[in-house]
Design a protein around this ligand. Structure first.
Ligand code: HPA
Length: 273
């Protein structure tokens, strides 16, 4: 089992020393959603390239910045960019943002991502509250992270999003008149998009959307004692659900179109947290 705090001691200390305050809420922004950070009053930004040992971001639409934000008195930590397993990083690298958030005293973690819609009721541009995850493809990696047997994790994921956050999501969707969709997120490591046969298998397993992030971050956050919630922006129909070819460009373009709705909703969520 890896002790992440020990492995990343220097990196965590660097950010602690640079932090202008202890944030209460952390937000990780998914593919194409990073620009949201620029709509806030940013107190301090740190380029992740300046942080010793921080894995460089290699993906378009993931900028590699950490922002300390004051939003109407709420102290936020915003991650503009995340660390994906499909970039070749180890799962312990991938959860660095969550470990950093927890080490700085964050209590509430909101994760966002772009995902492909498997459930035919999900269309590009929809926002889906994640209810549960399928992480079968990384079970062994999770064991390496946490050790064998983590009953708290199972209890927490059964009641996902964490209680206070679930209520905030419900209110925010209603207040902003965004149709509330909920579903199960199927995690895949990527890097390639799925085959239609894989999507059919995921669909039979009960999955509503598929993506290459978030699940292990959520589980790590829960094990670290944070309240966690996650929202997927559906950017495309998953492979074989429509005839369209999948591309990262399409993901970025749909995220761009849904930007205004996403920003309204996220600001309402932050206000209610
Ligand atoms: N599959 C996997 N990850 C994704 C997708 C998809 O269709 N869309 C956005 N991220």
């Amino acid at each position: 089992m890896i002790n992440i705090r020990e492995k990343y001691k220097q990196l965590i200390q660097f950010v602690k020393d640079a932090a202008p305050f202890n944030p209460e809420i952390a937000l990780i922004l998914g593919s194409g959603l990073g620009e949201f950070a620029n709509s806030f009053v940013i107190i301090k930004s740190i380029a992740t390239s300046e942080i010793p040992g921080y894995p460089p971001s290699t993906v378009q639409g993931h900028q590699g910045q950490i922002h300390f934000v004051d939003h109407r008195g709420k102290k936020l930590l915003l991650f503009q960019g995340r660390i994906h397993l499909y970039e070749g990083y180890h799962i312990s690298d991938s959860v660095i943002p969550v470990e950093l958030a927890a080490s700085l005293g964050v209590k509430k973690l909101i994760l966002t991502n772009a995902a492909g819609g498997i459930n035919p009721l999900l269309n590009p541009g929809d926002l889906m509250i994640i209810q549960d995850f399928n992480t079968l493809s990384i079970k062994n990696d999770l064991v390496k992270l946490f050790g064998v047997g983590s009953p708290d994790m199972h209890d927490a994921v059964l009641n996902f999003p964490s209680k206070g956050i679930a209520e905030v999501f419900n209110s925010a969707f209603l207040d902003e008149d965004v149709e509330t969709k909920r579903g199960i997120y199927y995690f895949t490591k990527g890097p390639s998009y799925e085959t239609p046969a894989e999507i059919r298998m995921m669909k039979i397993s009960g999955a509503d959307a598929v993506g290459m992030s978030t699940a292990h971050e959520a589980i790590y956050g829960l094990v670290r004692g944070l309240d966690v919630g996650a929202i997927s922006l559906i950017t495309n129909y998953a492979a074989g659900i429509s005839d369209q070819k999948l591309s990262h460009q399409e993901v970025i373009e749909t995220a761009d179109l849904a930007k205004v709705k996403f920003e309204r909703l996220m600001k309402r969520i932050i206000g209610l947290l």
